[in-house]
Ligand binder design. Structure first.
Ligand SMILES: [Zn+2]
Length: 321
């Protein structure tokens, strides 16, 4: 059996996850007062998706398929997937679910077309969207670790003791896994292309039970939508990083301005004190000069050396201050 190294969406769907599908989403409360343990794909298409191909979400092997009339899961297929080490580790880390084998479950199918033990590659036909066991055609799809002691048609309810926390120990949101799985070996583009290829292959295999052009147009629309989402995410993260750079620069400038302000104030203070100091000095020197002139008038210059003259003037000046 080929190992599951990658997961893809089981069918085309209309609108964005989770709201526009208008069906129950992962662990949403249902009218039966239970937490919906899977995803209702294509519910939003009303009956437009009736007969649309359902593809296997990863390499695996059919371990069960059966039909049951009346209300319930209707026609179901269960596929066992043996995980690669990379996916095993990813699921263990991201969902805290430790299992080498995971099971994908497809319900309300239109016909029974696969056999027990049949090996399926990722993208191979599992069935068609139908309404067996329900009133509105859609694909109810789950992904889980085996729950010991339960049948393939087991439906976990609150009354049986299930809680959101407990459900998360067994069930995985397929959409979340497809979107977040490691893509180191496969680019997002390749993933989407493989999905498109799978649909084309399925359409061929069906010998046009669905209009291939319509399927291709739908895929094209979806791919454009997906690439727009990717572009939007890219722009948002680019904007965020630019914003961070600009904010850092502004902060840096602010710091430098504050430092300059501080330096400026210090400079002003020291200029002021220098100016004040100079004023005192120049005033004193001026007064000293005047005193020397006075002394020269009182005593003849010849009797005093110039040094004595200055000293006398300084002494008298200081005494007066
Ligand atoms: Zn459902």
């Amino acid at each position: 059996m080929k190992k599951a190294d990658q997961f893809i969406f089981p069918t085309a769907f209309t609108g964005n996850y989770p709201n526009s599908w208008a069906g129950y989403i992962f662990l949403q409360m249902t009218q039966q007062n239970a937490l919906h343990p899977g995803i209702d794909w294509n519910w939003g298409a009303v009956e437009a998706d009736y007969g649309q191909p359902v593809q296997c979400i990863a390499n695996g092997q059919v371990v069960h398929q059966s039909r049951q009339d009346g209300v319930g899961y209707g026609i179901i297929v269960v596929v066992k997937h043996e995980l690669t080490d990379e996916l095993y580790n990813f699921i263990k880390t991201k969902y805290q679910i430790d299992t080498r084998n995971i099971y994908s479950f497809y319900a309300h199918l239109k016909d029974e077309i696969v056999d027990d033990n049949q090996e399926l590659d990722m993208g191979e036909l599992v069935g068609y969207v139908g309404k067996s066991g329900t009133t509105v055609s859609h694909l109810h799809q789950e992904l889980y670790k085996a729950i010991p002691g339960t049948s393939w048609r087991y439906w976990p309810t609150l009354s049986a003791g299930w809680t959101a926390e407990k459900l998360k120990q067994y069930y995985i949101d397929t959409y979340d896994l497809v979107v977040n799985q490691p893509t180191s070996n496969t680019s997002n583009d390749d993933l989407l292309k493989s999905r498109a290829d799978a649909f084309v292959a399925v359409a061929d295999k069906l010998q046009k039970p669905v209009d291939k052009d319509i399927v291709l147009a739908d895929i094209d629309k979806f791919l454009k939508y997906e690439s727009l989402l990717v572009e939007k995410d890219r722009l948002i993260s680019e904007k965020d990083s630019q914003l961070t750079i600009v904010t850092d620069k502004v902060d840096d400038l602010d710091d430098r301005l504050q430092l300059l302000d501080k330096e400026n104030i210090e400079l002003k203070t020291s200029i002021q004190s220098l100016t004040d100091g100079n004023k005192i000095q120049s005033e004193d020197i001026q007064k000293l000069k005047l005193k020397v002139e006075e002394l020269q008038k009182i005593q003849p210059i010849e009797q005093l050396s110039s040094l004595e003259l200055v000293l006398t003037a300084v002494k008298r000046f200081l005494r007066r201050r």
